[in-house]
Design a protein. Structure first.
Lengths: 206, 923
């Protein structure tokens, strides 16, 4: 605690957390918490902008130093500059911006999702080779049932037993697991919030 | 004489004792040695006849070298005059005169009761009374000696003492006389009890009338001369002519007459040869009175002496034989100074009545003799005016030196004569000077013949270093005849003798060097019987094995018994050489400690070294095959999916039946119902939070809902937490509006609020004040239409409550959860339904919010099938229904591939496992 900046950071973080938290319980403090939340949005947008510049500087350094992968960095920089110029010249939803989105951005990401399908299928096939036990078998069986129950079978139509089984799996075991995850996330968020409020955890720097 | 009193301690001893019972001081002389001169003794030493009786050390002494002055004294002392010398020296430090008459020093030279008469006669003579005629003189020669002394006194006193006939010329025994007188003025009497005359003199001889006269003249001169002052001369004669002579050994008895030519007449038992006497007499005669002018009448130059004396002794006297006799000069008195006159003059120097002795030889301006300068203060004080012994002793040495290397011309002898003696006495008539000159034998000594030590005496005080030690008295008395270095130490000899005489004679050095050192007996190491039983220590085997080999540097034993081969220490063992230490100074060698490592430990050490070496080696990478099976398999999987999709599109006709409304899941039903309940031209907030890669799925699922919204003329405000949300929204809306049935309908009010930054905080802020945070349309270029909240269906102050419906299209469960958790409460509070169109993978995470009370999510449509359900519920054919065959067939392919692949891999895995187990079992 000898560093004054640590004290200042802790005071600001804890104070902001407490004010926003009290805004949930005290209606009169909404304006204060709302102001802080607005500041957070502005700061987050500015942080995004800083991130963009950081990305550009990093790749620019790689291009200047001609390190490994400098060509990709150069492509990134060129793409960034081109998109920035195109969007700045029109509008975020202008023709140029949408052309770039429709012809560059969207196919790339769609292709990645298609590769994911192949990868998941291949991994499922090798699962039983890596692990031969009950859980892998259950995993594979569950996958079979969900896949078969998600959509009507080609040429056969809807199989009510599979649809019901798939509904049961989705609403009971899957939802149970999802709730557990959500509850765990909620508890983790509370604990993290408390640690930040009491200063035990300082993600803003030591 | 029944008792003898010890001269040292003063205690009475029986008469027959030779040594004092109390202090072991010799009471009687060891023998009579009537040696008047050391040269006489030396002459006897050279005599072949006497050589047998002479001790060996003494016989070896004579022929080799000349007798040094101090060695001469040692000879005398060895012969029994040691006490004499001591007393003589003691007298130097004592007051010269006894205050009370009748006190006689109890020394061997003191006058006994028999001599009292002699003293009395002397006293009477001094007092002017006629001398008493004594009966029974010891010898005629002795009487003549005393007469000679008396004559000296008369001449010196200028006939003040009447009745004492002056001695016109020296008689026989003059040499002894001067020697006696040399001892005569010894004031030692003061240290002894003169009032006890019971101590008889060793010599029983009576005092002669001449002696008494002589003394009477002295007493007449000084008036208060005590008996001690006058006694020593006679005492000395008694010492060597008395009955004690009988006690001396024969050899010494035979030595006496020859050694002291002047005293041979005093001992009637051993008369000296007449020729020697004459020669000796001639020695003391003036040169002009000597028979031959060319031959110096040395007492040692006689033929008889030459026959009987060795060569070395001849060299002592012969130098004068071939030389011209000293010429008498006008100042011949100063040149021909007799050492005896010097002694006497010094004796009476401080007294005015000594004019009779003053012969005018000494120059007036001559300072004190060098000898007196060398004397200590106490001795000098004693000698000045009262004690002549200092000068007399020097004169004695001078005589010896003269006899050893006699005379030079008279002119050179002037330097030898002390200046104080050369100084003429004032008021002395010239005629008297001549008389005095003729009354003494004179010497003319060559300067070269004078030894160094004598030259030192003759030097002026300025020439003598102030730091020179006390002169020869100490050395003469204390040095033994031989090997003085051994007894006194070489340092004493070097400092005492060399300081006085320049350097010791060579023969003495040879004697000292030839003396064999007594071997030092070292005590043998005593070994006790217990130690003999002890066995030598032995290290045990295990300890010997641990002992480092060659760990100790070689040590050179310091106890080296080598014998010095050169230098002054030659012949001496055990000398620590300088180079020895230099050898040891070198840097010690470094020896490594080598432990004995067993073979087993060595093998383990090698193994460890091998392991460490292998770790550093890089294992070669196995080159993968050009076409791995996985790659082929992946291509096959991709081909299967592509083939299935293509087959669905190639088949044309819908092979998959559309699900019935009853088969639509409830969340999709509730979502469709919520849209259906939406009033026309109401404000709807659509959130586009999915990625472009999910566009096929998400647009297929959401396109039906958006189409319904557009159908109802809803005011659509789009927002996104994704940077690409604006483009996604535009793309979806444009795609919806591009549908053929929408071409005839008016353009909906659509505004893109943009990107909400900050994640949950941004969403929370947006839920609190959406108009304040996202006020403007991002795609509007008209400034008047930029405010997205200017629509009639929207109320900026109402916030989210202005919207009739919030539709979230997302393929991200986190984003869906954030919207539900951060914005959901505000929507619930405003009773605004939250609908969610999500991907099939997010459905499990959203459904829990659907199955809550109250429902946080009013309706959910998930994936392609959610679009199919919505299209099925709206009874229209949309893109979802069109894709359902391909989608269904692809799912079937995927299931088949996973099933087949799982089975193949399962079997292959089991086979490989079995094979490995078999191989391991065989191994």
């Amino acid at each position: 605690m000898s560093n004054p900046m640590r004290i200042i950071n802790s005071v600001v973080a804890i104070s902001a957390g407490i004010l926003v938290l009290t805004g949930y319980f005290i209606p009169g403090l909404h304006f204060l918490s709302d102001s802080l939340l607005h500041w957070a949005v502005v700061l987050a947008g500015f942080a995004l902008l800083l991130g963009v510049f950081n990305l550009l500087s990093t790749h620019a350094n790689r291009v200047v130093k001609r390190t490994k992968g400098a060509l990709y960095s150069l492509v990134l920089i060129i793409s960034f500059v081109a998109a920035l110029v195109v969007v700045a010249a029109g509008a975020p939803t202008g023709a140029g911006a949408m052309w770039i989105f429709e012809n560059v951005h969207l196919p790339v990401e769609a292709s990645l999702m298609a590769i994911l399908v192949v990868t998941l299928a291949y991994s499922s096939m090798r699962l039983l080779r890596r692990r031969t036990g009950l859980l892998p078998v259950i995993f594979i069986v569950t996958a079979f049932l969900v896949l078969l129950g998600t959509a009507p079978l080609y040429g056969f139509g809807d199989i009510p037993a599979l649809s019901s089984l798939k509904g049961w799996i989705s609403q009971v075991p899957a939802m149970a697991g999802a709730r557990g995850i959500l509850i765990g996330v909620a508890l983790g968020a509370i604990a993290t919030g408390l640690r930040v409020l009491i200063g035990a955890d300082r993600p803003y720097g030591s | 004489m029944a008792e003898l009193r010890c001269p040292n301690c003063g205690k009475v001893n029986p008469a027959d004792q030779e040594l004092c019972q109390f202090c072991y001081t010799r009471l009687k002389p060891t023998g009579e040695l009537p040696l008047s001169s050391s040269d006489d003794l030396m002459s006897l030493l050279g005599d072949q006849d006497a050589g047998e009786d002479v001790p060996e050390w003494l016989r070896d002494l004579g022929p080799e070298e000349k007798v040094s002055p101090f060695t001469e004294d040692f000879v005398l002392g060895e012969a029994g005059e040691e006490a004499f010398s001591l007393d003589f020296l003691q007298a130097e430090g004592e007051p010269p005169l006894a205050e009370e008459e009748g006190q006689i020093a109890p020394t061997p030279f003191s006058v006994g009761p028999d001599e009292a008469d002699w003293l009395e006669a002397g006293s009477g003579a001094l007092a002017g009374e006629p001398p008493l005629q004594e009966e029974a003189p010891e010898s005629q020669a002795y009487e003549e000696t005393l007469d000679w002394l008396s004559s000296l006194g008369e001449e010196g006193l200028e006939a003040e003492s009447a009745g004492v006939p002056p001695a016109a010329e020296p008689e026989q025994g003059a040499g002894e006389d001067w020697l006696s007188q040399a001892q005569e003025p010894t004031p030692v009497v003061d240290s002894f009890d003169w009032t006890q005359p019971e101590e008889p003199a060793a010599a029983p001889g009576d005092q002669t009338i001449e002696e008494a006269d002589w003394f009477s003249s002295l007493e007449a001169e000084f008036g208060t001369v005590g008996p001690a002052e006058s006694a020593p001369g006679a005492d000395f004669q008694e010492q060597w002519t008395g009955s004690a002579q009988e006690e001396q050994p024969d050899w010494l008895s035979r030595l006496g007459p020859e050694a002291f030519s002047g005293t041979e007449a005093e001992t009637p038992e051993q008369p000296a040869p007449l020729e020697d006497e004459k020669e000796l007499e001639m020695t003391f005669q003036p040169p002009e009175e000597q028979p031959g002018a060319e031959e110096w009448p040395s007492f040692a130059a006689g033929e008889a002496a030459e026959d009987g004396l060795p060569d070395w002794f001849d060299q002592l006297g012969s130098p004068t034989a071939g030389e011209a006799p000293p010429q008498a000069e006008p100042e011949g008195a100063a040149a021909s100074v007799s050492p005896f006159t010097e002694g006497f003059e010094d004796f009476f120097e401080g007294d005015e009545g000594a004019d009779w002795f003053a012969s005018g030889e000494a120059p007036e301006e001559q300072p004190l003799p060098a000898l007196e300068e060398d004397l200590p203060d106490w001795l000098r004080d004693a000698g000045e005016g009262e004690s002549p012994f200092g000068a007399f002793q020097a004169q004695d040495r001078a005589v010896a030196a003269q006899q050893q290397e006699p005379a030079e011309p008279a002119a050179s002898a002037e330097e030898f004569v002390p200046s104080w003696l050369q100084e003429p006495e004032e008021g002395l008539p010239a005629g008297e000077e001549l008389e005095s000159e003729t009354s003494f034998a004179t010497f003319e000594v060559q300067e070269e013949a004078v030894p160094d030590w004598l030259n030192r005496l003759d030097r002026s005080p300025d020439e003598i270093p102030a730091a020179e030690p006390v002169p020869a008295f100490v050395v003469d008395e204390e040095l033994p005849p031989f090997g003085g270095e051994e007894l006194m130490g070489a340092e004493a000899v070097s400092e005492g003798a060399e300081a006085q005489f320049g350097e010791a004679p060579d023969w003495l050095d040879q004697i000292s060097a030839s003396q064999e050192l007594a071997p030092v007996e070292t005590a043998p190491l005593e070994v006790t019987p217990e130690e003999e039983d002890l066995a030598p220590a032995e290290l045990p085997g295990w300890l010997e094995a641990m002992r480092p080999s060659e760990s100790a540097a070689p040590f050179r034993d310091a106890t080296d018994d080598r014998v010095e081969s050169q230098g002054v220490l030659a012949g001496m063992p055990g000398i620590l050489a300088a180079e020895y230490d230099l050898e040891r100074v070198r840097k010690p060698p470094t020896y490594s400690i080598k432990l004995q490592v067993p073979q087993e430990q060595q093998e383990r050490l090698d193994l460890l070294k091998g392991l460490l070496a292998e770790e550093e080696q890089v294992a070669p990478l196995t080159k993968p095959p050009a076409l791995p099976t996985t790659y082929i398999l992946r291509l096959l999987i991709l081909g299967a999916f592509v083939l299935g999709a293509v087959f669905a599109f190639w088949a044309g006709a819908r092979q998959t039946p559309i699900p019935q409304a009853s088969a639509v899941p409830q969340p999709a039903v509730d979502l469709s119902a919520a849209v259906d309940r939406l009033p026309n031209f109401s404000a709807v907030l659509v959130v586009f939070d999915y990625e472009p890669g999910s566009i096929p799925e998400m647009e297929t699922a959401a396109l039906g809902v958006v189409d319904q919204l557009l159908t109802k003329g809803s005011v659509i405000r789009t927002v996104s937490t994704n940077t690409m949300g604006l483009a996604l929204a535009k793309r979806l809306l444009d795609r919806t509006m591009a549908m053929p049935e929408r071409l005839s309908q008016p353009q909906p009010d659509i505004a893109h609020l943009g990107f909400i930054a900050g994640g949950p905080s941004g969403l929370k802020s947006f839920a609190r004040d959406p108009a304040g945070l996202m006020r403007y349309d991002m795609q509007s270029t008209d400034s008047g239409e930029m405010d997205a909240w200017q629509a009639p269906a929207l109320n900026p102050e109402a916030g989210l409550a202005s919207f009739a419906l919030v539709l979230v299209i997302t393929d991200n469960g986190e984003s869906a959860r954030t919207w539900i958790e951060q914005v959901g409460p505000a929507l619930i509070e405003s009773q605004v339904p939250l609908l969610m169109v999500v991907s099939a993978q997010v459905e499990p995470l959203v459904l829990p919010y659907y199955y809550t009370a109250p429902r946080q999510v009013a309706g959910v449509a998930a994936g392609v099938m959610g679009g199919v359900y919505l299209e099925s519920l709206s009874e229209r054919t949309g893109p979802a229904v069109m894709l359902m065959d391909a989608y269904s067939l692809t799912l079937a392919v995927a299931v088949v591939l996973i099933l087949i692949g799982s089975l193949v891999y399962l079997v292959s895995g089991q086979l490989k496992l079995t094979k490995n187990l078999r191989n391991e079992g065989q191994a």
